[in-house]
Unconditional design. Sequence first.
Lengths: 114, 113
Amino acid sequence: AQTVTQSQPEMSVQEAETVTLSCTYDTSESNYYLFWYKQPPSRQMILVIRQEAYKQQNATENRFSVNFQKAAKSFSLKISDSQLGDTAMYFCAFRAGANSKLTFGKGITLSVRP
Amino acid sequence: DTAVSQTPKYLVTQMGNDKSIKCEQNLGHDTMYWYKQDSKKFLKIMFSYNNKELIINETVPNRFSPKSPDKAHLNLHINSLELGDSAVYFCASSQVNRDYEQYFGPGTRLTVT
């Protein structure tokens, strides 16, 4: 069974600064996908970024980038130039195959201070 | 042009009642899911259907019964509601062998009193 661990329950960052959210996972699968989802107060689940395990290059999406360390089973999210709209819960998630479920971490509450 | 829609968005009901939550996706996806988010915000899979066939059925009380009339719809029926069923229920969809992203609906907040 896969597990996803987000050990930090909450973080705070000053607007325009950079913050890194941590995530570790455990699996015996060789082919899998990792995701970061954002859930603002509206409760809509929004995909932030995705990483395929077979790709060595870290994924980036504008201000969001990941540090994927496959051997260490670590998948952290870096948010650069933090904006007030980044305030939300962030969930790290794992998916083993094309048709399988998402396994989520417990989430981290990020607050961006003006 | 809502991709994944759920109705209702809010549902308040009394213990013992039976209720349904409907989900529809217009993305042409072949796989749909139900997730439950509890009061601590923890998200967990409940069910998954692929082309109307049940493929994932986690440990969920049999008071919960998913129904997929076609591959664009996955409804969740809950019998004899209990206080512990209060949660946000999310529907999601994806397409096998394509992009691997799951698209989520807006969620249904169920409150059992």
